[in-house]
Design a protein around this ligand. Structure first.
Ligand code: DAH
Length: 346
């Protein structure tokens, strides 16, 4: 068969074969067989040198036209098959079926409590600030009146990175950083992650704290008491009792720890089944440490002697445990959604 007749035959046979193809896959197979790089058209055209030189351009044009017409036919047929496939799918679609309810996430109790505590303090005029989790020894210890070899450093099992760099053991370094960039008066609150080399039923290597700092003229212990009592009543209810117990922190003098009446047993120390687990039958639970900023800390940030201030720090998971009556700290970190989805914004 001469080359031009072979081209005509290719078109006719391709058209017939397409008409018989029932699926997109077999359609594509036919296209490859006829027009593909090693297909029939390519094989026919490889015989071009058989023709006299002056007959070749016409043969080339014919080959192009056959290719174009075959492609057009292929597309027409493919579109028809696609449309048929879609309308078959639509016929199977049952619009009366109930929709799929998307799974809704929820905020982690640590996030909820952090937001709630921050809202209480911002309502009192505090600014929210933050600092780095990878911290320099100077801000975490030194400037907070804990020079190298200070025994208080032992209280905080530190995770060191290299040399002077460490994972902050508390949010108190943000106090120092805030005072270095602001002038008094100031009132800031600093929520964030802290790290300690500690892991058991009541300790995790990472947990959350919120630090607070107020500095100004004539700030005294009454301001501290008033501010923290307001906070306790806002988060735990206005009938909650608050007590300040003398304590020690290197960066405050005097220092105190704050206990509140146990919300599980109402401060009685006993629940229906016996002694209260949350407060270990004492009726009180400790929720934070606080005190008047030590003058040594003010000196480290070059604040004048005339200012005074108070600071406090609390563990967020601890506040959440007391508030929600959770007795196992590990629940916060196991990512069990049955536990996590129970908490809603209060
Ligand atoms: N940084 C202390 C800790 O992690 C908590 C603390 C106590 C912070 C007293 C303070 C404070 O600002 O005044 O245990």
């Amino acid at each position: 068969m001469d080359l031009l007749t072979a081209l005509d035959a290719l078109f006719v046979e391709f058209e017939q074969a397409l008409a018989g193809a029932a699926s997109l896959e077999s359609l594509e197979a036919l296209r490859v067989d006829a027009l593909g790089r090693k297909g029939r058209l390519a094989r026919i055209m490889s015989r071009l040198p058989e023709l006299a030189a002056q007959a070749r351009p016409a043969a080339g044009q014919k080959a192009n036209s056959v290719k174009e017409r075959c492609t057009a036919l292929f597309e027409e047929r493919a579109n028809a098959l696609l449309a048929a496939r879609e309308s078959a799918a639509l016929k199977r679609f049952d619009p009366t079926l109930p929709g799929r309810t998307p799974w809704r996430g929820s905020l982690h109790p640590t996030t909820l409590i952090t937001e709630e505590i921050c809202a209480v303090f911002t309502a009192m005029g505090f600014d929210i600030v933050s600092g780095p989790e990878v911290e320099h020894d100077y801000y975490n210890f030194e400037a907070l009146n804990m020079p190298a070899a200070h025994p208080a450093r032992d209280m905080q099992d530190t995770l060191y990175i290299t040399g002077q760099m460490l994972l902050r053991t508390h949010t108190s370094p943000v106090q120092v950083r805030s005072m270095l960039v602001r002038r008094p008066p100031l009132s800031v609150i600093a929520p964030g992650k802290v790290y300690r080399r500690d892991s058991d039923v009541t300790h995790t290597p990472m947990f959350h704290q919120i630090e607070g700092l107020v500095v100004g003229n004539l700030i005294n212990f009454a301001h501290l008491r008033g501010t923290l009592t307001t906070f306790v009543c806002a988060v735990f209810g206005s009938r909650t009792k608050v007590r300040f117990r003398p304590s020690f922190f290197p960066f405050t003098e005097p220092s105190a720890e704050v206990d509140i009446s146990c919300s599980l047993c109402g401060g009685t120390g006993h629940v229906a089944g016996g002694p209260c687990r949350v407060c270990k039958a004492t009726g009180w639970v400790e929720i934070l440490g606080c005190g008047m900023v030590d003058p040594t800390v003010f000196a480290a940030v070059d604040y004048p002697d005339s200012v005074s201030g108070f600071a406090f720090g609390m563990g967020v998971e601890r506040v959440a445990m007391i508030r929600y009556g959770i007795n196992d700290l590990r629940m916060f970190f196991e990512n069990d959604t049955r536990f996590l989805t129970q908490f809603v914004r209060g």
